[in-house]
Design a protein around this ligand. Sequence first.
Ligand code: RIB
Length: 338
Amino acid sequence: MATINDVAKRAGVSITTVSYVITGKRYVSDDLKERVRHAMKETGYRPNNLARSLRVGKTDTIGLVIPDSSNLFFAEVSRNIEDYGFKNGYAVFLCNSDDQVDKQTEYLEVLISKQVDGIIFTSVSNNRPNLDKLIDANIPFVIVDREEVEGIADVVLVDNYSGGFKAVQHLIDIGHRKIGCISGPSQSNPSAERQKAYLHCLRENGIEFTEGYIQSGDFRYKSGEAAMDELLSLNNPPTAVFVCNDMMAIGAFRSIQNHGLKIPEDISIVGFDNIQIGEAISPALTTVAQPIKEIAEKSMSLLYKRMRGEIKGGFERIVFDPELVLRDSTRSPFAKGE
Ligand code: RIB
């Protein structure tokens, strides 16, 4: 196997010059760079990144731990994070925790052993031992989407309460009074905040909550279909439903169509996330837009500053106020005709 020595000899330069061409740590003229690169190609030399990592104390890798990359919200978040990382010379390792503390713990231990330079993760509940592991390993991390214990890391998320309130207020403003809610996993802080906003919005508008109008899902589309089936089986079904994420809203669409009903003529639907597919389905989904690209970029920007030691302590809590995006899945219950 070719060594750095073979490359130096073939290029007629010192080993130090070859090292500077590989690491970019010092200026090397274009002519010498070309000779070294040509020699690396001819000898088939491959720099040993592990040795280099140990020497320079970084691996140019970032860990990303999310609950479920098959959920299009997380797929879009991870895509933006990976793009941002690649542009800045980092490879991103994607890990799915399935919202399980044990799996998250296992992945964090793997990422620590791989000596990633930083971690971004959607934490599964306030699992302090997990977070302490990262602190002890001196690996900078940023928490995305979920609340965490204040003051131990930067947090980037949306104001879930504000978004939920806007969704339900919209349905009330266009005339609905029989409004249901399909919530996400009970342990999910974002879902709890959205459901709380639903109840508060009804109360602030003098609308009494109807027993059975909250059905639980798991943020996956099948659960949205099952929850909508339950709502439509009630003696007094709602005329509008706030669904706590777009994936379940797509499932709710399927249930409504299976019942021979139309959206929005028979029932209005509002989702949450603004995943891209929401504007492609028919009717296009009215939803609360999470600024996915901004969330990804802000979390990566904070992580870079931490990894480079540009900021220490003084953790930030970045909260985006999500906007309601009006499309075709909601209309007044009093509207006539098609
Ligand atoms: O769709 C997945 C949901 O889980 C999103 O709403 C996001 O906020 C996360 O909590």
